[in-house]
Design a protein. Structure first.
Length: 697
């Protein structure tokens, strides 16, 4: 075997992916210098979002514990390691070995036969014995128990990758300490020697008595929101969970108004953050909008408007360095802030939560806001959901407040009420047709019947009907502004200080129009023509044809003028982040006497204004945003949402994904696709295996 390794050594890029590529392409798999690499497993793992590097890693670990090349025992061990990896890619932190169904399901996905499953169970028994006795060699090389430094950890009937086990225990310990500290940090006497200007209770009553006004209606906090404000101002951790539009940012603004009156802690020691740049920007807009709408604003409110803490991404708050792949702030260099408020916390994975908790001072308060029923983070973990399910946090210590009422799609509005009813039905696993006693969902069989109000389900008879819907959506989007062509073709001038007020006002209207409409898909890749890539390609060609007919463009640029775009990765030097959305427009950059010709640039909102960057500077970071995945839309809201369902069921289509997609809308939702696919998606709940909730009970 060593001869075979030496033979390919000169060709191998010594990374798991590089090694796997060479081994998978090798024709030498049998004795006489052969390499017994399980090439046949590559087709199975690809369907589970595992890459060749994961298979190579499993093979290397199996060789450490079972050096018999190509044996059935080694192959069974490889399958077991791949099963743990597959579940972590899905977002679970561990592989339960009995009870939950994860174990049998993932082995079936790996196409393990009965003999291999029996060998895997025998290996697990042997590994358990090896962990319980002081031994070396064999399975003890890679299996360990809690506290051991081994690649695989057996703990409470579950199998972990060592890194995730360490992270989960560290996050669980940190959260448990914060939950248990109720009473140590009170709202009346929080870490200060000087007396407050006003008492905590006086500040609360003053804030509650002067709510913002929405037109002629005062937007007073309800009892649950008032409880959330009180809870957040005591203890070291608070979780506020509610549906989109349930007033979570109104709670944040109220907390800041109380702090502006008590000075405990001072506003300069408060940080506002979110997982994505777009979510952080929406948080800033919501808070400043709330403050500006306060009619009887006192002196503290006016000071708060001028000194409101800026909102930022978690990466920026913690000082992430992409070059070093490290965070500046940690337990040895903690954040200076005494209070950190994080919105859209359902998107925080286990790794990011670990970094955040380690960077907080022991006495600092952490307030997490989000919707525990939404899609969890893309990476491993479901921290917000686990916290909401924790008996200790939710019941014993009362650190969790759940908001029931929604103010985005207002219940007094019939269209908004239907959206809420359908979202509730989906979240409960019921068919949307049952929502609102059967009146919330309107089934359409023809595109011409769609009115874009409330919730409608277009059941397409064939592929042409889906194209007819996309055509109608295109007409709705491009016909919403009468002078859209002129807005998209005219040059916008940007000087050293950015865009002036006239250009900014025009940009605000144009970008806001495109943000009113969004098509959401379950996946990015092809799913029977229902992936965001397919939909974006359709709109690109349709829009390009329109621009050429109007004489506004020649050729076929990768991003034509007027195309909505989305950032797909973070660019810290430009302060653009994954999920930020913008629009390609003609921009003239002026600098003193120098004036460059107009060129297509990507224009993004930032703060109260806009920034523009040459498309070349964002090469590899942009993708079209006529349609996007539900994951990328998380943290956003639109007036009109269309959900394109795949013609056949795909694994990402779950109850949580559909609930998240529906709750992005304020005015209308149109679901396009087979009834069978919709119902199958609702029946599949995203169940992540995690030990965090157990640690917090």
């Amino acid at each position: 075997m060593l001869e075979g390794v030496e033979k390919v050594a000169a060709e191998i890029n010594w990374t798991p992916m590089g090694c796997a590529a060479v081994l998978a392409g090798s024709s030498e798999h049998k004795p006489g210098g052969a390499i017994d690499y399980p090439c046949d497993l590559l087709s199975r793992t690809g369907e589970l979002n595992l890459d060749p590097g994961d298979t190579f890693f499993a093979w290397e670990l199996a060789r450490l514990a079972c050096p018999d090349p190509g044996s059935k025992k080694q192959r069974a061990l490889i399958l077991l390691i791949l099963a743990v990896q597959a579940l972590s890619v899905e977002g679970s932190t561990r592989l339960p070995l009995s009870g939950s169904g994860h174990f049998d399901r993932v082995l079936s996905d790996l196409q393990a036969d009965d003999e291999e499953k029996a060998l895997i169970r025998a290996l697990l028994n042997e590994a358990g014995e090896a962990c319980s006795e002081p031994a070396s060699g064999g399975l003890a090389n890679i299996f360990g128990k809690t506290g051991d430094y081994r690649p695989l950890i057996l703990d409470h009937g579950c199998l972990y990758m060592q890194k995730l086990h360490t992270l989960e225990r560290r996050v669980g310990t940190n959260l448990s300490d914060r939950i248990a500290s109720i009473g140590e940090t009170s709202a009346e006497h929080p870490d200060a020697d000087e007396p407050a200007v006003v008492t905590f209770e006086e500040a609360l009553q003053e804030v509650f008595a002067a709510p913002p006004a929405a037109g002629s209606v005062k937007a007073e906090l309800d009892e649950q929101q008032k409880l959330a404000v009180r809870t957040a101002l005591s203890g070291r951790i608070t979780v506020i969970s509610g549906r989109p539009g349930s007033g979570k940012t109104s709670i944040v603004a109220s907390i800041l108004r109380v702090l502006a009156r008590t000075g405990r802690p001072p506003l300069q020691s408060v940080a506002l953050a979110a997982p994505t740049g777009k979510a952080a920007d929406r948080m800033r807009q919501a808070v400043t909008g709330h403050l500006a709408a306060v009619e009887r604003a006192g002196t503290p409110d006016r000071l708060l408007i001028d000194n409101c803490p800026p909102s930022t991404t978690l990466h920026r708050l913690l000082g992430y360095s992409p070059g070093r792949d490290r965070f500046w702030h940690n337990e040895l260099n903690p954040l200076s802030e005494n209070m950190v408020i994080v919105d859209e916390s359902s998107m925080i994975d286990l790794v990011m939560m670990d970094h955040l908790l380690r960077a907080l001072k022991p006495e600092a308060r952490l307030i997490l806001l989000g919707d525990a029923d939404q899609l969890p983070s893309i990476e491993a973990g479901a921290v917000l959901r686990d916290l909401c399910r924790s008996k200790k946090a939710a019941k014993e210590k009362q650190r969790v407040v759940v908001l029931e009422k929604s103010y985005r799609a207002r219940e007094e509005d019939s269209a908004g009420q239907r959206i809420l009813e359908v979202a509730k039905a989906i979240n409960e696993g019921r068919p949307p047709a049952e929502a609102g006693a059967g009146s919330a969902l309107a089934t359409r069989h023809k595109v011409s019947d769609i009115i874009f109000e409330g919730v409608e389900h277009l059941v397409p008879g064939d592929e042409y009907q889906k194209i007819a819907f996309l055509t109608k959506w295109y007409q709705l989007l491009t016909g919403g502004l009468p002078d859209l062509d002129e807005r998209l073709s005219c040059p916008y001038k940007s000087g050293p200080a950015g865009f002036d007020s006239e250009n900014s006002a025009r940009l605000k209207e144009t970008l806001a129009h495109f943000e009113r409409f969004r098509i959401l898909c379950a996946t990015r890749t092809t799913a029977g023509g229902a992936g965001s890539g397919d939909i974006n390609a359709w709109f690109y060609h349709r829009w390009l044809e329109h621009l050429k007919d109007k004489g506004l463009i020649t050729g076929s640029p990768h991003f034509p003028v007027g195309e909505p775009v989305l950032m797909t990765r973070n660019d810290y030097s430009l302060r653009l982040y994954n999920g930020d959305s913008g629009l390609v427009l003609n921009v003239v950059m002026e600098s003193g006497a120098r004036r460059r010709p107009a060129e297509p640039m990507a224009v993004f909102p930032r703060g109260g204004g806009f920034v523009a960057y040459p498309l070349e500077a964002l090469r590899g970071c942009l993708e079209p945003a006529w349609a996007t995945t539900v994951h990328k839309a998380q943290g956003s809201e639109y007036e009109n949402v269309a959900i394109i369902l795949p013609s056949v069921y795909v694994r990402p289509l779950t109850r949580e994904l559909l609930y998240t997609a529906v709750t992005r809308a304020k005015k209308s939702v149109v679901m396009v696709g087979p009834q069978e696919t919709l119902q199958k998606g609702i029946s599949h709940s995203l169940k992540r295996a995690s030990g965090l909730a157990d640690m917090l009970c």
